[in-house]
Ligand binder design. Sequence first.
Ligand code: PLP
Length: 417
Amino acid sequence: MKLSKFGENFSGPSGIVELMDDLGSALNENPEMLFMGGGNPGRIPDVEQVFKARLEQVLADPDQLHSLMGVYQSPQGDRGFREQIAGLLKQQFGWNLSARNIAVSNGSQSAFFVLYNMFAGDMPDGSHRSIHLPLAPEYIGYRDIGLTDNLFTATRPEIELLEDNLFKYHVDFSRLNIGQQTGALCVSRPTNPTGNVLTDSEIEHLDSIAVQQDIPFILDGAYGLPFPGIIFNDAKPHWSANTILVLSLSKLGLPGVRTGIIVASEEIIQAYTRVNTIVSLACGNLGPALATELVASGEILDLSREKIAPFYRQRAEQTLVWLRRALGDLPYRIHRPEGAIFLWLWFEGLPITSQELYERLKARGVLVVPGQNFFPGITDNWRHKQECIRVSYAQDAAVVEAGVKIIAEEVARAYAE
Ligand SMILES: Cc1ncc(COP(=O)(O)O)c(C=O)c1O
């Protein structure tokens, strides 16, 4: 088969696809695998019950059912849903928004595909622009999203060593190299894979740098504020006329529903919507059908605060206890868990690569994600890239506890070699 450059790039081997295939086939071969690898949210019965009840209401009403299944939605997304989202954000945080500032996407991943390629790549004047990640490690799902090569540049973080084997990454503003070649800044907050929550002042500083450069500041809130709010400190929600805030219903417990939400200036929303018309024709109806009332009543915030964040906070704390007990005196560090659904483990001076550790853990029936995949835009041979793994704590507690023991055994074996 003769493929275009696009066909070759997107259908050929790429980091994320290989990793997902590997995780998938490992699970197929051994369904008993202790799965600490994926981004699936945990199961929270009270939250599942809310969505189930709402779905039953829709199913019981022929008109609502027809709206769910029998009509194309507009490419900008359901108007009522957009109005409620804008209303909630305006009422809660005073952000100057209307439905014209909101677009819906079929999952936030597809929104990132459109947005990143809108702001970076080959420019009309022949120059090339990149999306700059002011702090990597960053989300693996960005890595292969570019329609042109070298879509990402990134800055190495400052590492603050903390007590009790913890550490925290900070944006190293002294190294941030932003200029004409930068098309947008982007951070996920909380960050996948590290659970880092960039501080309010880091966020404000980054936005002000983006304003000075006249480029957007893209804030990936897949785990963040205001919903699903998987944040364990008192970080503030952020939006400004220069910010593109991308939210998602996935980590509320609805990854199968594929609903992302973009909050941005009207100009950007209009441009995004035109692209989305070409790429998707329409947005799915299920997310808005399930969530509009929860947004209108504000219940989505209560669920986030009262059910979702406490579930993950408890899981994070428990997993930390298990890890500390199992890793004992080994030279390990854990990124301070501030949010999201993962712990990021750093084994300084590990004699094997994170890929090798991943393979060994897989052979022992434990799936994690090797850290070197989370450095889009960092092209040098920074040893740190090979010293980290990402561990999800969203699945059953018994799975996490058993997995932690095996991780510690394999890390001890590696250091002993
Ligand atoms: C940081 C981050 N952003 C975006 C996404 C994409 O999520 P979705 O397409 O389900 O909204 C994910 C998924 O895991 C993520 O971890």
